[in-house]
Design a binder for this molecule. Structure first.
Ligand SMILES: *[C@@H]1O[C@H](CO)[C@@H](O)[C@H](O)[C@H]1NC(C)=O
Ligand SMILES: *[C@@H]1O[C@H](CO)[C@@H](O)[C@H](O)[C@H]1NC(C)=O
Ligand SMILES: [Zn+2]
Ligand SMILES: [Zn+2]
Length: 310
């Protein structure tokens, strides 16, 4: 009896710790910084170039496919371990997109960019109807949409011009500390564009739906645990924006944690029709480190103006 009581007492703080960990503290703090990042494997490929073979190379091919740099029609070649022509071309495109000397070699700078935490939306999104030849053209030449600044989804997917007021719904599973930052993110967009937003109750239909999900959550784009991909959102007029619930989220600037508002401003940009920008200061830049806050940049605002012709 005494033993059971002790076990119960022991369990209470343990359960509390596990629950309070969700979205707040890191379980292995303070030195687990990148230890289990899903992108960590890329560090083992440093120095690799065409002709190299390694068991990690097919994982790099999957990474570059996921973010739009490698043609997914070449699936037949995508599972082997050889650094082939297609991979070299994809690495060069990646390097150009991030203003790195396009050598096709996995140098230190390229690897350190690739392991950064980032958005799950691809940097190069091709239309459903683009042909193999189109894709090749994109791979070899400059990346039309992604190089200079802001970008759009294929066919310039956007909300109908008359629909300038959008409602949003924050799902009930959302941690309470995320609600304020999401609202402030919508306010940032409202004050810089022709859009207005209002929150509706969680049981009402809304144009935009925001929630926290982990792992495989049924939309075909599984999250990857702590690190790697932080969030993703869908092009208009889908309206879904998902945070990866496995990340350490905070409201503000905290070491080794991600700012809820900054990521919301980025993902709302996708909801409105913006793709990724190659301007590092833009909110639509694909990667964001922990402990950083960013706001809307003129590149983002110009993107919306051009997309909606306002
Ligand atoms: C890549 O291949 C070269 C030979 O072409 C070899 O010298 C080098 O060690 C290999 N690098 C890696 C990281 O496997
Ligand atoms: C693809 O082509 C078909 C037929 O030409 C067209 O109906 C459809 O709208 C196109 N889809 C996209 C995404 O361009
Ligand atoms: Zn993004
Ligand atoms: Zn999702």
């Amino acid at each position: 009896m005494a033993l059971k009581y002790f076990q119960l007492l022991f369990c209470i703080p343990l359960v509390f710790l596990v629950f309070s960990d969700i979205g707040h503290a890191t379980r292995h703090a303070p030195d687990d910084k990148n230890l289990h990042s899903p992108f960590e494997f890329i560090k083992h490929l440093e120095g690799c170039h065409k002709g190299n073979k390694s068991k990690e190379i097919h994982r790099l091919k999957n990474y570059l496919q996921k973010f739009g740099y490698l043609d997914d029609l070449d699936q037949g070649n995508a599972d082997d371990d050889t650094f082939d022509d297609a991979l070299e071309s994809a690495v060069k495109t990646y390097q150009s997109n991030f203003h790195i000397n396009p050598t096709g070699i996995l140098d230190v700078i390229t690897v350190s960019k690739m392991v950064e935490t980032r958005c799950g939306v691809p940097d190069i999104v091709r239309g459903a109807n683009s042909t193999r030849a189109d894709r090749r053209k994109h791979d070899s030449g400059p990346v039309i949409h992604a190089v200079a600044h802001y970008s759009f989804f294929p066919n310039r997917l956007r909300w109908p011009p008359t629909k300038t007021h959008l409602t949003y719904n924050i799902l009930p599973n959302t941690p309470s500390n995320a609600v304020g930052p999401v609202r402030r993110a919508f306010n940032q967009w409202a004050s810089a564009t022709h859009f207005t937003f209002s929150q509706v109750q969680s049981n009402q239909r809304a144009d935009l739906v925001i929630g926290f999900f982990r792992g495989n959550h049924g939309d075909g784009h599984s999250f990857d645990g702590r690190g790697g991909v932080l969030a993703h959102a869908f092009a208009p007029t889908n309206g879904r924006f998902h945070y990866d619930a496995d990340e350490r989220w905070v409201d503000g600037i905290v070491m080794r944690a991600f700012d809820l508002e900054t990521v919301a401003v980025h993902e709302i940009g996708h909801l409105l029709g913006l793709g990724h920008s190659s301007v590092r200061e833009a909110i639509m830049y694909p990667s964001i480190p922990a402990g950083v806050r960013k706001n809307l940049h003129e590149d983002d605002i110009e993107g919306i103006r051009v997309l909606y012709n306002v």
